[in-house]
Design a protein around this ligand. Structure first.
Ligand SMILES: [Zn+2]
Length: 240
């Protein structure tokens, strides 16, 4: 039995969260070792074994959406089937399940709403960030009575490792200026997490951030670095 590696874990309010590393699973190169995504070319058996192992480590059923860089989030009921389509965010008030989002350079955001004990997990690349998946999810939590919200920002590719075309730079700058930066190499670049932090500040949401660049860390999958690679998971669930 091989445990999946843990990059970081902790608690916010009545919730626990965990971010996996790429080590400790059953996937072979180039998905080694703990790939958790089914749609990246890895052997289904290996992904299934990794997901099963992770579920047993946290003792929860884990729900993963098949993300598509949208700004949509969906409520999850207990025992829902896996692999929800067409959403990049999951929200629940159920205790039986953990919400998981997958990434390799994209950012992830984990949310806990205090008054309602609701958790959410969001996948936010440059597009989801620009299209406001985070403010939309916060609005949904608040519509349901969760005013005081705390957040964890997962690791993501940093601006120095994420140069983009001038066109994309201005497309992002128009909507979320904090995320459009000139990096250390004087390239047009995107800092997805700077955009998300700006949105959290604007919403008055307290947050902690795992300040690790996925491109620079050998403990994480990175799509820009490796192209064909696995995905790490960011998970949140309500404590029993
Ligand atoms: Zn970097």
């Amino acid at each position: 039995m091989t445990s999946l590696g843990v990059l970081a874990e902790g608690e916010i309010g009545l919730a626990r969260w965990l971010i996996t590393s790429r080590w400790g699973g059953f996937s072979e190169k180039p998905f080694n070792e703990a790939n958790l995504a089914i749609n990246v070319g890895d052997k289904p058996n290996a992904v299934e074994a990794n997901r099963k192992q992770l579920a047993s480590q946290i003792n929860k059923t884990i729900i993963f959406p098949i993300a598509c860089h949208s700004n949509k989030s969906a409520w999850v009921q207990e025992k829902e089937i896996n692999n929800l389509n067409q959403v990049d965010g999951l929200i629940t008030d159920k205790h039986g399940v953990a919400l998981g989002v997958l990434s390799a350079d994209c950012a992830t955001v984990l949310l806990f709403a205090k008054e309602t004990s609701v958790v959410a997990a969001l996948h936010a690349g440059w597009k989801g960030m620009k299209d406001k998946i985070l403010p939309l999810a916060i609005a949904e939590l608040r519509r349901n009575g969760g005013n005081e919200i705390s957040a964890i920002l997962g690791p993501a590719i940093c601006a120095n490792c994420y140069p983009v075309s001038q066109e994309r730079f201005f497309e992002v700058k128009k909507v979320e200026p904090a995320a459009a930066v000139i990096n250390q190499n004087k390239d047009f670049a995107i800092d997805v997490k700077a955009g998300l932090k700006s949105q959290l500040n604007q919403e008055g949401v307290d947050f902690d951030s795992i300040e690790i660049c996925s491109f620079e860390s050998e403990d994480l999958f990175s799509f820009r670095r490796e192209n064909q690679t696995g995905r790490n998971a960011s998970l949140i669930w309500l404590k029993d």
